[in-house]
Design a protein around this ligand. Structure first.
Ligand SMILES: Nc1ncnc2c1ncn2[C@@H]1O[C@H](COP(=O)(O)OP(=O)(O)O)[C@@H](O)[C@H]1O
Ligand SMILES: [Mg+2]
Length: 456
């Protein structure tokens, strides 16, 4: 990312949003099913339970006979065997007024309240029975002699609760399994749905790292127009940069000849004592113009601060021919790559720009070093790199370091040069979104040119 680009901070995550929506939806759906199913089932079970017990009350009523003494007797046991099992939770009791009650064999202790049996209609309520709370049914019947017979049947409430709770437990287990399965498929669907966006992210990453010239791949209808537009934009951008380069270089070239003529004239004027001051002033201004022209021409050779996408350089392959040239230019200096962690790796940069920058810095180092110039290269494999060029020359003071990259700055007017080298080098680095720093070495100067993977 170059200095001028604005990094849009990511806000939230699409994946997370979809997940939360699905989680909410599944929880609401499953919760709703659980609530209504348990309610319905309980109502249904209670209903059939009541109907069954009312049948028992009627059966009891049919079986009751009064013996000669007016005591109630059953003509045969009730058909449900649970009334004979001690403390089974199923009890009955028959009371004829003025007589002791007759009770089921299951009722080995306690008694039932016969007040529930107060009408010809079956009534029911919850009472305390021999083995905890019971649902008690009662009915009043008239004996042939006109006496009241109270018929009471009671079953433990826990019996009904047990049926309902075992259903609820099983239902809960199934619904939790269903919920988990729905969530799992939801997550799979999200992954599947967002796959094109992941692919697009990968394609943009390859473009940034210089492994591709445009966004590759086929995308669904919803994002294909975006990819097409982006590709068109990238192509236009590249064409614009090329055009700008050509125009800048044309302009600079067209100014060169007139400038040379003006400088010639200025020199002639300088030789004449009467016009010497104006000749001198003209020459100074023409020199400044020539510097600018040189600078613009150099800029036109690289991307002029506009980064083109999809360019890759192999630092080592770019560096080697430059080092050979430096050996010829400065035969009495040693140039060495002391540290290389880039190997055959590549970085996203225009090789022409990279070569220009390295040549400028290595030429300076060759010019100013005492005997040796060394290069150290590090790459992180994700597009980040750090290249340092060190020499054993006089180096620069802090004050010189701050001014060295300005156009036309030179600290030793006796040595040949234009004072443009470092200005151009820094401009190239800016265009790549890389850092360009001068550091004080021990001895000499270290030039650091680096970009972190995050800036790619
Ligand atoms: N490696 C170096 N060691 C010491 N001084 C340097 C080094 N590189 C550059 N300089 C100083 O910085 C000035 C600007 O460098 P540059 O922009 O390349 O212009 P030029 O090389 O044309 O003079 C040089 O004139 C020189 O004084
Ligand atoms: Mg130079």
């Amino acid at each position: 990312m170059t200095a001028g680009e604005i990094a849009a901070p990511a806000q939230g995550s699409l994946r997370l949003r979809f997940m939360l929506a699905i989680l909410l939806w599944v929880m609401l759906g499953i919760g709703g099913i659980w609530f209504s199913a348990t309610r319905l089932f309980a109502a249904h079970v209670e209903q059939s339970y009541h109907e069954e017990l009312e049948v028992h009350v009627r059966e009891l009523s049919r079986l009751v006979v009064l013996d000669e003494g007016g005591r109630p007797q059953l003509s045969r046991p009730l058909s449900d065997p649970r009334y004979d099992e001690p403390l089974s939770g199923f009890y009955w009791q028959v009371t004829a007024s003025g007589q002791p009650s007759l009770r089921s064999q299951s009722m080995t202790r306690g008694r039932l309240d016969e007040s529930v049996a107060h009408a010809g209609q079956i009534a029911h309520r919850v009472e305390n029975g021999p083995t905890g709370p019971t649902i008690t049914y009662g009915m009043l019947r008239q004996a042939p002699d006109g006496r009241d017979i109270h018929l009471v049947i009671a079953t433990d409430q826990s019996e009904l609760d047990r049926v309902i709770s075992s259903f609820t437990q099983e239902l809960t287990m199934w619904l939790v399994t269903l919920g988990l399965m729905l969530l799992a498929t939801g997550i799979a669907i999200i992954g599947f749905g967002l796959q094109p966006l992941d692919r697009l992210g990968g394609a943009i990453g390859r473009l940034r790292r210089g492994e591709a010239q445009h966004l590759e791949g086929r995308y669904p209808r919803e994002i294909a127009p975006l990819v097409t537009d982006l590709n068109a934009y990238i192509r236009q951008n590249g064409e614009m940069v090329d055009r700008a380069r050509v125009q800048a270089s044309n302009l600079a070239h067209s100014l060169r000849t007139p400038l040379a003529v003006i400088m010639d004239e200025a020199e002639r004027l300088g030789q004449n004592p009467t016009t010497a001051p104006s000749g001198q002033a003209l020459l100074e201004q023409a020199n400044a113009m020539q510097q600018q022209v040189g600078y613009q021409l150099a800029r036109a050779r690289f991307s002029a601060g506009v980064r083109k996408q999809g360019m890759v350089s192999h630092p080592l392959r770019v560096l080697e021919p430059i080092l050979r040239a430096m050996h010829r230019l400065h035969p009495d200096r040693e140039f060495a790559i002391d540290h290389d962690e880039c190997g055959d790796g590549s970085i996203a940069a225009d090789p022409v720009d990279l070569a220009e920058l390295l040549s400028i810095v290595l030429d300076n180092a060759g010019k100013w070093s005492r005997s040796r110039v060394s290069v150290a290269m590090n790459c992180d494999g994700q597009g980040g790199f750090d290249i340092r060029i060190s020499d054993d020359g006089p180096g620069m003071t802090d004050d010189q370091i701050t001014r060295a990259c300005e156009i036309g700055t030179r600290f030793d007017p006796n040595s040949p040069g234009s004072g443009l080298g470092l200005a151009i080098a820094r401009e190239i680095a800016d265009g790549m979104g890389a850092q360009f720093e001068l550091l004080r070495g021990n001895p000499g100067l270290v030039v650091r040119f680096a970009r972190s993977a995050a800036q790619v």
